[in-house]
Each structure stands twice: as C-alpha cells, then as structure tokens.
Ligand binder design. Structure first.
Ligand SMILES: [Zn+2]
Length: 387
C-alpha cells in the first residue's frame, strides 16, 4: 500500500490518541491492512496524482511511463523511499487534524495515582455521601496500619474536612496537571500558562492550588479571598455545586455561584452552574409551569345565529330536583333582596342558603344579618338565617 500523504501515514502508524473522526477511519484502514504494509511514495512519483490533478495531453505523454508502469524504483525494493513516522512532527499532524475536525489537544495527563482509582465519584449522588465514604476508607486504612490505636465511632468534622481536601487535590491533579507542574517547576525560564496568570494561581502549604485574585485585604475569610480552584465539568465539582445549591434552599444561579465562591473558584463557572441547575429536579418542580389547556375553540355557527327562541335547542340531564328562576334587572344588592323575597314568598323560607362569594350575595347576607340581628329576633332565626 502506497500513499503520499505523510499525515495519513503518521495517523496509521501512530499509537497516540487521535481525534474521534480520524480515529474511526484509521481503525477501519488498520483492520483491512496491517500498518506495516503501508509505505511512503513521494508526491512527484505518485501516478494517482496525474488523474486526480488533471493534465494536458503533452504532460500526459511526458508522464506516460509513470502512468503505465508506476515509479521507476518500484521494481527494486532497495530503492524504495524510506520513511519513518517519527519524521513527521506530532504538531504537524495535530495541526492537520484541527483543520479537518474539532480536535481538543488537551493531552491525557500522565498517570497519577489518586483517590479516583479506589472511589468513583459518579457512584455518589451527594457530596456528603462521597466525603463519608472517603473518610471511612481512610479510617479503614489508618486502622490497618495502626493496630494499637483504632478510630471508631461516628465520623468527625476533621475527618470529613480531610476527605474534602483530598478530593480537591485529586481533581486538580487530574485536570490541572500542566498548571501544577508549571507552578512547582523551579526552572528559571518557565512560561506561565494562561490560567496561572489569569487567576494568579499559587500552591498553599497543603499543596492545593488556590486563586490569588486582588482582594487580599478584604475583610473576608481566608478561603473566600483565596478560593480553591476546581475544574468545571468534573463529577466532583458537580457534587459541590449541587450541595451548595441545596444548602442555599435551591436558590438561583447567581445565589449559588456567590455561595460557591466563598470556598471555590470554577473557571467558566456561571455557564457550568447554570447548566447544572437546569437539571435540578427540585427546582424544576417548583418553577415549572403547569400544562396549559389549549385555547377554547370558536363557538359553532348555530350558537352565534340571530334566531327566534328555541330555534336551536340544547338538551342535558340535570340532578336538580327543583329550580327557581328570577329575572333581575341588575346585580345590585337591593334588586337581589327583592328577588329573594319574591322567592321566599312564593316557595318557602330556606333554612340554609348556599352561594358563591359574589359581592352581591355577600352584601345581601350582611344586610339580612344586620336586619334580623338588630331587631333581636329569635336566636334560632339568626343561626339559621344566612350562611
Ligand atoms: Zn434546585
């Protein structure tokens, strides 16, 4: 197999992690032919280029041998061009990849032993749960090493604090290993990474990266002035955000962010917190709008027609045993009381009258109550009168 694309040859021979799009295709190529069968052919000797680039008949005649028989050296294995994948710089390949695909050149960190190897953050739904697990694991290890004095009983606040610090250090080492190595490097001409400069990062005496900022002299706690740096999109950070959020009684993005900044600094934090809180089910239940009923449909034509009474008739069953209809000229209390009096004279005096809270009924009830109460009629009437 021959190719004049050094980038592709580099990809086929490479053991480094490639962008996903490239990686899929390289795997396919590697499955159809072993990478050792791939060789380099200089572009000038590549007969396939004659076809793909196009040429005049004179140029074709000049190159007829290349087209018909391939490069002259191809029959003699000793003359095959030598090429080694290390001759292409990694940077070159990465640059080519970046053009063709969205490639994140965030390299994998060097292997770091840490908490994440024995405890999985994503198996814990709350920060306190994670810290308790971690504290128990640390206690177990301590007890194994010190058979003389064993820790027992409920976890102490100090043990939880040590667990928290351990996790912060662990996720910093996992994500900000470059920044860390630049901070610890003692070389004279070390170059500061953008994040280190921007956040004025420094290492505290416990070896945890903290942000400098400009509020050294503010009357705040030491942690608020120099918060811990924690990476966005890390499962540990997600637990921190959610725990602060629920301890603040599910306050919004700004409230949660302000509370987080009392101890932590998350780069691009607002965006991350916003995305996380969007998924908080408690908030969603409280702020979610109820399902809105569709708009009522327009009235049918028969109900908007001008027609003599009963031309169009609706029929339905009703559970009422008796009804009484009164035509009222307006909604005033006097008119209602007159109608009510007509009803009482015609039918009978009810012992209980039920109504909704329409203001006409309410003021009529007050009026009736005052009327009978002031005349000190029998108390039974008063009790039965108006409800
Ligand atoms: Zn919430």
């Amino acid at each position: 197999m021959w190719s004049d694309s050094q980038i592709v040859l580099y990809w086929i021979h490479s053991s480094k992690r490639l962008p996903q799009f490239v990686s899929h295709r390289v795997t396919e190529i590697q499955q159809s032919a072993p990478s050792t069968s791939w060789r380099y052919c200089p572009t000038s000797d590549n007969p396939a280029d004659l076809l793909t680039r196009g040429l005049t008949d004179e140029q074709f005649n000049a190159n007829i041998n290349l087209w018909m028989h391939g490069p002259t050296w191809i029959y003699n294995q000793q003359q095959w061009p030598t090429w080694h994948h290390s001759s292409v710089s990694h940077l070159h390949a990465v640059a080519a990849a970046a053009i063709s695909d969205e490639f994140q050149p965030r390299e994998k960190p060097p292997f770091t032993p840490g908490l994440h190897q024995i405890i999985s953050v994503s198996n814990h739904s709350t920060l306190s749960h994670l810290l308790a697990t971690t504290a128990y694991v640390r206690r177990f290890i301590f007890n194994l090493r010190n058979l003389g004095c064993k820790y027992t009983g409920p976890l102490t606040a100090t043990e939880m604090d040590i667990a928290r610090t351990a996790w912060i250090r662990d996720c910093q080492r996992e994500v900000y290993w470059k920044e860390l190595s630049s901070l610890t490097s003692t070389s004279q001409n070390k170059k500061w990474l953008p994040l280190v400069r921007q956040l004025r990062l420094f290492l505290d005496k416990e070896g945890i990266t903290r942000c400098g900022g400009r509020i050294h002299n503010a009357p705040l706690t030491e942690l608020a002035r120099f918060p811990y740096l924690i990476p966005p999109k890390h499962p540990f950070t997600a637990l921190v955000v959610l725990s602060v959020h629920s301890s603040m009684y599910h306050t919004g993005v700004i409230g949660t962010l302000t509370a987080i900044r009392q101890s932590y600094w998350i780069p691009t934090g607002r965006q991350y917190v916003k995305a996380l809180l969007h998924r908080c089910t408690t908030c969603k239940r409280r702020s979610g709008k109820p399902y809105s009923a569709p708009d009522p449909s327009p009235l049918p034509k028969t109900r908007t027609l001008d027609a003599p009474p009963f031309t169009i008739t609706g029929i339905d069953f009703t559970g009422a045993l008796a009804i009484h209809l009164e035509v009222l000229t307006d909604l005033s209390t006097e008119t209602f009381l007159l109608a009510f009096r007509r009803f009482v004279s015609w039918k009978s005096l009810p012992t209980v009258v039920m109504s909704d809270n329409a203001s006409t009924y309410m003021s009529a009830a007050t009026e009736l109550y005052n009327l009978f109460n002031s005349k000190t009629l029998a108390t039974s009437l008063e009790r039965q009168g108006v409800e």
